[in-house]
Structure formats: structure tokens, C-alpha cells
Design a protein around this ligand. Structure first.
Ligand SMILES: Nc1ncnc2c1ncn2[C@@H]1O[C@H](COP(=O)(O)OP(=O)(O)O)[C@@H](O)[C@H]1O
Ligand SMILES: [Mg+2]
Length: 301
């Protein structure tokens, strides 16, 4: 149980149950998810349905079936109320190029009902996102990374229960990408639940304590980076020649019995090679989860 900014005690911050959506083809297939605090990353390739899910949760798209609640509010039945609990930053920003950064924040603050405090909130956010000097210039002069950061600042004008960041660094150069990561870490400390979508494993790993992998309209894995890695299975016994290249690898399930079996498979002419036991990396897990053929998980299209 947690207390939201409107002072009501209720269940999880976000509860998704059986969300289904098809366009020409099925996109979301009875998707379930519960979140309560922290930074969550929904990881999936282009076209996986990430934006569709975010659009449903931010009340822009109606699901075909299923329910989603934000801090106890049904996003389909009470979209206006739900919108007051969330903020979202998409791949396209909603900033006015002709206004300065500060003017954008003040204007949005007034639209959100901050009357006299809008200017003060704008200055706090510009300071927090290291945009104070830039805030005096028109947004038209900003780089892509600065726009993305001003957009992040704008989404925090009033503290939302859930902040949706849909691929917040797609299209940014590596330096701007790191700056946005720093900003996400800053805002993650503010008590808002962050729902992030990303196509890249490194971003999920860098920012989220919980990662869900989406595939075929469903969540096929959900946990910490360590849990996802452990789920792909055991260790691999590798035999290396003197220059460190792998001569042979024997997969095990990590049990003592399978390790013993792997050792027994080492042939006489291999006994002087270096032997190493390697644990799967998160990269291996991601590859296994997203590239293995979908079988029973996928419903017939
Ligand atoms: N408004 C729409 N009309 C028709 N098809 C759509 C629409 N929005 C998304 N889709 C389709 O749904 C699938 C998932 O898209 P999307 O949710 O944008 O994926 P992601 O954000 O993971 O890249 C894609 O095949 C896309 O073409
Ligand atoms: Mg998308």
C-alpha cells in the first residue's frame, strides 16, 4: 500500500490485467503487469507493441479488452482522472519552438493549474536539469538532447504517480543519451514510478531495477537483470587454447551432476587446455529470450 500525491491510500501504482489490442494483427495479447515504485523497463524490438501499451496506459488508445488501473483509477473508464496521475514523454516532444525553455515550462505549469507558483517551479526544474542558462533561449536553438531533457523537466511540473518515458533516448547521440540517463536517475529518486520503454538492453540495465522482455504481444520474462540472466540456465564449460580462443564449449544446467558430466567429456588430448566456467551474461539472456523461436507462447495469428 502506498500514498499518492492526492493523499489516497490504495493498491499498486500500476495494475494491468489481460490487456489485448489488435490493429490488423494482434499487438497485445492478454498482457498482465503490476508495478509499484522504482524504475521499470519494458524491453522489446521495434514493433513489439511498446508504444501501443503506453498509449493505452496514457488514455490515448482504448484496449479491445482487459483493464489497467493507475493508483486505483481505471484508465479506460476514468481517463480524465487517470490523466491527472500521470505524465508522459514520447518520441516527439510537445514543446513550443518559439518560446524559451523557461516560457515553455511556465506555460505548461499554468495549464496544469499552477498559478502563482508556475515560475518558481520552472526555475527549480531548469536548475535540476542543468538547463538554467539555456532556459533563456528559444527552444528552436536547442539540440535534440536538450529538447529531450526539457521535455523530461516538463513532465515533472506536477509530481506524477507514474511517468511514462517511451524510448527516451532513441535518436540521441551517446553523450546526450548519458545525460538523459542521469536525468532519469535523478527523477527516479523523487518517488515517481518510472515506466520506461527501450529497444536496447544497455539502457534497461543502466536504469531499471526491473526489466520485462516483450515478445509476441506478451511479457516473456520479468525480473532483475540477474534474474533474467539466471533464467537462461546454467554455466558453460569452455576449453581455451594458449591464445585464449575457445576450442570447445560444453553447456551445463549448473548442477553438480551436469558439471561432472561436462568434465567427463573432456578428452585426453584436451586435458592441458585451459578450462573456464562461464556464466551467461544478460546479453545471452536477451538473445535467448528474443531470438529463440516462439512456440507455445504465441497464439496462432
Ligand atoms: N494506429 C495504428 N494502426 C495500425 N497499426 C498500428 C497502429 N499503431 C501501431 N500499430 C502496429 O502495432 C505494432 C506495434 O507497434 P508499436 O506499439 O508502435 O511498437 P513499438 O513501440 O514496440 O515499436 C506494429 O506492427 C505497428 O505497425
Ligand atoms: Mg514505440
Amino acid at each position: 500500500m502506498r500514498r499518492t500525491q492526492i493523499g489516497v491510500t490504495m493498491g499498486p501504482t500500476l495494475e494491468i490485467s489481460g490487456i489485448t489490442k489488435s490493429y490488423r494483427d494482434p499487438v497485445l495479447d492478454h498482457l498482465d503487469l503490476t508495478l509499484d515504485g522504482g524504475v521499470f523497463a519494458l524491453l522489446g524490438p521495434n514493433g513489439a507493441g511498446k508504444t501501443t501499451l503506453v498509449s493505452i496506459l496514457t488514455t490515448l488508445v482504448r484496449p479491445d479488452s482487459g483493464t489497467a488501473h493507475i493508483a486505483g483509477v481505471d484508465v479506460v473508464r476514468a481517463p480524465r482522472e487517470a490523466r491527472r496521475l500521470i505524465a508522459a514523454t514520447g518520441q516527439e516532444t510537445t514543446l513550443d519552438d518559439l518560446l524559451t525553455g523557461r516560457e515553455n515550462l511556465v506555460m505548461l505549469g499554468r495549464l496544469l493549474g499552477l498559478a502563482r507558483t508556475a515560475s518558481r517551479r520552472a526555475d527549480e526544474l531548469l536548475e535540476q536539469f542543468d538547463l538554467a542558462p539555456a532556459g533563456r533561449r528559444t527552444v528552436a536553438t536547442y539540440s535534440g538532447g536538450m529538447r529531450r531533457r526539457l521535455d523530461l523537466a516538463a513532465s515533472l511540473i506536477t509530481q506524477p504517480a507514474v511517468l511514462f518515458l517511451d524510448e527516451p533516448t532513441t535518436g540521441l547521440d551517446p553523450v546526450s543519451r548519458r545525460r538523459v540517463w542521469d536525468d532519469v536517475r535523478t527523477l527516479a529518486g523523487s518517488g515517481t514510478t518510472v515506466f520506461l520503454t527501450t529497444q536496447t538492453l544497455d539502457e534497461a540495465e543502466a536504469l531499471a531495477e526491473r526489466i520485462a522482455v516483450m515478445r509476441g504481444g506478451r511479457i516473456v520474462a520479468d525480473g532483475t537483470a540477474a534474474e533474467l540472466t539466471a533464467a537462461v540456465g546454467g554455466q558453460r564449460l569452455v576449453l581455451l587454447d594458449h591464445d585464449g580462443s575457445e576450442v570447445r564449449g560444453i553447456d551445463t544446467d549448473g548442477t553438480a551432476a551436469s558439471l561432472r558430466g561436462a568434465m567427463a567429456q573432456i578428452q585426453d588430448q584436451e586435458k592441458d587446455l585451459r578450462a573456464e566456467l562461464r556464466s551467461p551474461t544478460l546479453d545471452d539472456a536477451f538473445t535467448a529470450l528474443t531470438q529463440e523461436p516462439l512456440d507455445r507462447q504465441e497464439t496462432a495469428a
